[in-house]
Design a protein around this ligand. Structure first.
Ligand code: PA5
Length: 447
């Protein structure tokens, strides 16, 4: 197992005795999860998902992705929340901020995203840009009725039909949606789009290892088999480890709950790899939507260092101490860049000549961790050897399991999201959606 949890810098905030007290609770919650007897047990399909992604489904995804890559320079991934964050997180992590991915001759198809907000300037510019491009669409929505992706898809579909005609446009669209119900399913059947199913028992934020994440990741040219294999290996490892200190997912879940009980109501996930910034967004959704309910939950925040040491560093070091930090460390970079000697040395950097930028980044991370611990910020560390599809697959599964255990310790249902409906209902009422007439009158009075 390649992932490690370093709890060395929380020991002064969480004692071994406090940890041990949670062993029985962890046993209970792991049992509830594996036997599907806990809260939200109708959404536990993600637990065995990596092993269910068999050769047949992976081959189908790879074949469709290859076909898309042949006919399109750009693929627009339309979706929001759990229907888009995972694919973006993995693709950006694996791209390592490649500057060549958008250039002609690159082996990668460019992915762009739509339907994850309602900014019309963005949509206007995207649609104008796509006029001159050969593009295809992967539209992802379990319900098929989510407003943001539904609007974006309607606009993009119209453009595609205008450019290619209805029949060819249909060949450039793949829909990923519910097995039987929902508007997108009806549309896909009527128009003859290829489609994939989001399993009933997998919620949006746990769906990255279904076609929801795997198809866009394969379209972008990354190895989905290694990703799934990493998740599967992590699933096997976590299942087999009963002792909480040997099970990093349970260990992490318990430490964060102990810290929460001591007033640490925010967790800051920090990375020194900007290519993991979108992964932090995925993590924020996973934990925020799973735990923030019933008036409880740790607020998940994220920072990308060293960039944010020049913005949020001051607050973390010296501000109000209601948070802890979890550092997501990548041991080995993909490339090495060495600092050159300079004859004049006006910036005084010659003491670093011959050292790699990675070494400087590592020392920045060690120094910051110690400074923050000295500033009374508990620091946890999750370490992966390098950013590869295999390790990212393992990391995804690790966080999913940790989130499920943590939610159960918090005594919430980590698999529903009732709070999301409040904004939707108000928006529908203000938009004048049929069926919301009474709410429309009440809300308009308040504006
Ligand atoms: O995690 C979730 O369930 C949500 O974030 C959904 O994925 C998001 O609201 C999009 O829903 P849908 O796929 O139905 O369009």
């Amino acid at each position: 197992m390649s992932l490690k949890l370093n709890d060395q810098y929380v020991t002064e905030f969480v004692s071994q005795d406090e940890l041990k007290l949670f062993q029985r609770e962890v046993d209970l919650h792991r049992d509830q999860l594996y036997k599907k007897e806990g809260k939200g047990n109708e959404f536990l399909g993600w637990i065995e998902l990596p092993d269910q992604m068999d050769d047949a489904i992976l081959s189908r995804i790879e074949a469709d992705a290859a076909e898309f890559r042949k006919h399109a320079d750009v693929v627009v991934v339309v979706g929001i929340g759990g229907s888009y964050l995972g694919a973006r997180a993995v693709c950006e992590a694996l791209s390592a901020a490649s500057f060549s991915s958008n250039e002609a001759g690159s082996s990668r198809t460019q992915l762009v995203y739509a339907g994850h907000h309602l900014d019309q300037d963005y949509l206007h510019n995207l649609l104008s840009w796509l006029e001159q491009k050969s593009f295809s669409i992967v539209v992802i929505s379990k319900s098929g009725t989510t407003t943001e992706p539904a609007i974006a898809f309607r606009l993009l579909r119209e453009l595609l039909i205008r450019k290619h005609g209805r029949t060819s446009a249909a060949e450039r669209i793949i829909a990923i949606t519910d097995a039987s119900k929902g508007a997108l399913k009806t549309l896909a059947d009527a128009e003859g789009y290829k489609s994939y199913v989001i399993p009933d028992d997998v919620g949006g934020r746990y769906s990255v290892l279904t076609p929801v994440g795997l198809l866009p990741i394969a379209v972008a040219g990354y190895n989905i088999r290694e990703l799934v294999q990493g998740a599967s290996q992590m699933a096997g490892f976590l299942k087999q480890k009963d002792r909480l200190t040997e099970n990093p997912a349970a260990h992490y879940a318990v430490i964060r709950n102990i810290l929460y009980s001591k007033g640490k109501t925010t967790e800051i996930l920090a990375t020194y790899n900007p290519s993991l910034s979108s992964f932090i967004e995925w993590w924020k959704q996973l934990f925020g939507e799973s735990e923030g309910k019933d008036g409880k939950g740790i607020f998940p925040a994220g920072v990308t260092f060293t960039t944010d040491l020049h913005s949020m560093g001051q607050y973390i070091q010296d501000g109000h101490k209601n948070f802890f930090e979890t550092l997501l460390t990548v041991k080995k970079s993909r490339y090495e860049v060495f600092i050159p000697e300079d004859a004049n040395d006006l910036e005084g950097l010659n003491y670093l000549a011959g050292k790699s930028v990675g070494f400087v980044n590592e020392m920045a991370s060690r120094g910051t961790m110690l400074a923050h611990v000295d500033g009374n910020v508990p620091n946890l560390e999750i370490i992966i050897p390098e950013i590869t599809p295999y390790n990212i697959g393992g990391l995804i599964y690790f966080f999913e399991m940790a989130c499920a255990i943590s939610g159960y310790i918090l005594d919430v249902n980590p698999f529903d999201q009732p709070g999301v409906e409040a904004y939707k209902n108000n928006m529908f009422a203000l938009l004048g959606k049929p069926g919301f007439e009474k709410e429309t009158i009440a809300l308009k009075k308040r504006l």
